[in-house]
Design a protein around this ligand. Structure first.
Ligand code: UT7
Length: 322
């Protein structure tokens, strides 16, 4: 049987950290460091310089993941980028990333748009390709420049998000890696978190900024994250006690704590990086994963539970042996 394991991780945050105080001052926001830290746990975020795109951030994260995996770009035979802030309407950020990495072997490259669940969606898709035997070495990336879709006059959203990228190399293996995955969507909730605009006739039409009913999202997120975590644990015939590290989408420290509590996973076994980069949507899970690996907390052979929830609504989880 062909299994799929993560052979390397990498991540990248652009520029210097921007503190809550600096962001508030830069945009004249009626907010405070105390409010942001208390309600979200966020202390800093990174913002890409003008002209720096998701595929640029993806490139840096991918180089680091490939190096960690001991792979060359030419070894990659599948590229999936999870993003809701691609460089262009088309071509995909994945196609641009392929070009920037100098990959000329014709490897298929496409984007997955599932907002903050995008990385879990992309990992789930890549695992199915590898398990089928059609592909052997996938580069799976979450990359976002959410700063481009924020309304800097809306204090309820603009303080929450940041830019960044995280990547993993996923390879065919004789040993189990991915143990179970689940992903879901319920489009009836599209109104509580969306960017309800588009490019039409050469101009942005509708509303091109991120809009969110924060409390509705909060309640929905805590419920489905606990549910989908239980779903993959059941599928793998495991319990939460066997999970070494919970690596949730980094949106709000209160959501992370509430989810961990529901799963009876102690806070010490939860990777939390939201303070350092805010909500980076599809990039947040691989950013947290890479931080856990590079800090030495996550070690080979440990069981990891990745989970995310985002606009759509979409949600999903992946349970794996690292
Ligand atoms: O990736 C998935 C997407 N997003 C999420 O997971 C986010 C989910 N939701 C949340 O994290 C929280 O709901 C928020 C952090 C967005 C908001 O926290 P909250 O505790 O739900 O606050 P709230 O929306 O109930 O607002 C409380 C007050 C309001 O003032 P009034 O009406 O009580 O006078 C807001 O206007 O806080 C006000 N407020 C702020 N005050 C200072 C909202 N944003 C700010 C701000 N600074 N930045």
């Amino acid at each position: 049987m062909i299994h799929t394991r993560i052979s390397g991780t990498g991540s990248y945050l652009p520029g210097e950290p921007v503190s809550n105080a600096a962001l508030i001052a830069a945009h004249g926001l009626d907010s405070s460091d105390e409010w942001i830290v208390e309600r979200t746990g966020i202390r800093n975020r990174h913002l890409a310089a003008p002209g720096v795109t998701s595929s640029d951030l993806a490139l840096e994260a991918s180089r680091r993941a490939l190096q960690a995996a001991g792979r060359q770009p030419g070894d990659v035979d599948l590229i999936i980028v999870a993003t809701s802030t691609p460089d262009y309407v088309f071509p995909s950020a994945a196609a641009l990333l392929q070009s920037k990495l100098g990959i000329t072997n014709g490897a298929p490259a496409f984007d997955v748009q599932a907002v903050c669940s995008g990385f879990v969606y992309a990992v789930t898709i890549a695992e199915k390709f590898i398990r089928s035997g059609s592909h052997k070495c996938a580069l799976v990336v979450g990359a976002e420049v959410f700063s481009r879709i924020l309304d800097w006059k809306d204090r309820g959203t603009c303080v929450l998000f940041g830019d960044g990228a995280g990547a993993v190399v996923m390879e065919a293996s004789a040993e189990p890696g991915i143990l179970a995955s689940a992903f879901h969507a319920d489009g009836s909730h599209h109104g509580i978190l969306s960017v309800p605009g588009q490019v039409c006739g050469g101009v942005a039409t509708g509303d091109p900024f991120l809009r969110m009913d924060g409390q509705a999202v909060f309640k929905f997120a805590v419920k489905v994250l606990a549910d989908v975590a239980s779903e993959v644990l059941t599928a793998a015939d495991m319990t939460a006690a066997q999970v070494d590290w919970l690596i949730p989408h980094q949106a709000n420290v209160r959501i992370l704590q509430a989810t961990a509590k529901r799963l009876h996973i102690p806070a010490e076994r939860c990777i939390v990086t939201v303070a350092d980069h805010g909500n980076t949507s599809a990039a947040s899970i691989p950013l947290a994963l890479d931080e856990g690996v590079r800090s030495g907390r996550i070690r080979r052979g440990q069981h990891l539970l990745l989970e995310g929830v985002g606009g759509g609504f979409t949600w999903g989880a992946t349970l794996l042996r690292f």
